[in-house]
Design a binder for this molecule. Structure first.
Ligand SMILES: Cc1ncc(COP(=O)(O)O)c(C=O)c1O
Length: 366
């Protein structure tokens, strides 16, 4: 197995201006959450637009969002069966009972009819949807369900900053939406995240939840039970500079994704429905015809220095979710059977992309 990959799964893009700006913040002596975090929040709130609270990571963002909406011990929360583990663990860590909705194996996103089946049968307090790999979820039918069945809709858009549904940015809708800024994301602050919401009361609550439930500045008055989800100014400086380049980053990702789709011969790809204005391509999923062939691609690519990855197991198959083991989610199972991810990142060159394409096209000749 090659240790040093010729083409990594992801790598961060940064420049001298970013380094200097971060160093200015370090030299200022104010490192913890302060004015630079406020500026990052202001810039994000103009970008979506929405009301934005920065937090220390994307998992905290989901946890804080659930807490702000009053989700508590014993409440039922629906999550898609195909997502990164944080979507379910954020709900479980506050004592909620997780139920899984199946996903469409072509888009990787949750099926509204699977949500409806669950909310008809159970007293569901919240539903979390996830735009997988950056592909927007079909929000209209789910917003309609949230009104009809009176559940809280939360969007875990950890992978989808910059994506647009029907000409509107993810994060600019009324429902509360969460983001992650880890190293492989569209924009990174190393670790970090944020919550956007159209609801001013939820926004005010989130600001307290982030800081031990503390009511205001200066006094140790804690109105809510909470912990520490705070951000910091050094990482906010990085975030400000990353956000300035987000359009450039997404443009390159779209270029890479289009090139893969046009030139890789024997794999299929995530289907992008009509309602999608922008798919930010945080991840790039490709599908082999069956599990055996998927393994063949993964082994060959990795042996040749291409950091292709085996993606997530379905939520109901995770050892930590043994109570969900009997769930029936054939869509999620099909994804795991056939999917691998290919490298994609903000500064990926076309030569790197072509190398991946070339190795992919050699697999079925073997
Ligand atoms: C869908 C999804 N939700 C939540 C998270 C958690 O974000 P973080 O790692 O910043 O806690 C991730 C991160 O990888 C993610 O992909």
């Amino acid at each position: 197995m090659t240790k040093e990959f010729k083409v990594p799964m992801s790598q961060p893009a940064f420049d001298t201006e970013t380094q200097e700006y971060m160093f200015d913040v370090i030299k200022s002596g104010w490192w913890s959450q302060g004015k630079i975090t406020e500026l990052f929040e202001k810039n994000l709130s103009e970008y979506f637009p929405s009301n934005v609270v920065a937090v220390n990571n994307g998992t905290s963002a989901i946890t804080a969002a659930l807490m702000a909406h009053g989700i508590k011990n014993g409440d039922k929360v629906v999550v898609p069966d195909y997502t990164f583990i944080a979507t379910s663990s954020a709900a479980k860590i506050i004592g909620a009972e997780v139920l899984v909705a199946d996903v469409n194996p072509k888009t990787l996103n949750v099926k509204p009819e699977s949500i409806e089946q669950l909310v008809k049968q159970h007293d569901v307090k919240a539903v979390i949807v996830v735009p997988m790999a950056g592909l927007p979820v079909d929000l209209d039918p789910i917003i309609e369900l949230s009104k009809r069945y009176e559940f809280v809709l939360i969007e875990d858009a950890a992978q989808a900053i910059g994506s647009e549904y029907k000409n509107k940015k993810i994060g600019s809708f009324d429902h509360t939406t969460t983001f992650s800024f880890t190293a492989a994301k569209i924009i990174t602050t190393v670790e970090g995240g944020c919550v956007s919401t159209g609801d001013k009361n939820i926004y005010e609550k989130l600001r307290q939840i982030r800081n031990f439930g503390r009511a205001g500045d200066g006094q140790y008055i804690h109105r809510l039970n909470s912990v520490n989800f705070r951000f910091n100014d050094i990482h906010a400086a990085l975030g400000i500079k990353q956000l300035e380049k987000i359009n450039e980053f997404i443009k390159r990702r779209i270029e890479i994704a289009n090139r893969y789709e046009k030139n890789i011969k024997n794999l299929t790809f995530q289907v992008v429905p009509e309602y999608t204005t922008t798919h930010s391509h945080m991840l790039f999923f490709a599908f082999a015809k069956d599990n055996q062939m998927k393994e063949k691609y993964l082994n060959f690519l990795r042996q040749n220095g291409i950091d292709a990855r085996l993606p997530y197991h379905p939520i109901h198959r995770q050892p930590c979710n043994s109570e969900l083991a009997d769930s029936n989610c054939p869509g999620a199972d099909e994804i795991f059977e056939k999917a691998l991810t290919l490298p994609i990142y903000n500064n990926m060159t076309l030569d790197e992309c072509d190398l991946v394409i070339d190795y992919c096209n050699q697999v079925e000749e073997k």
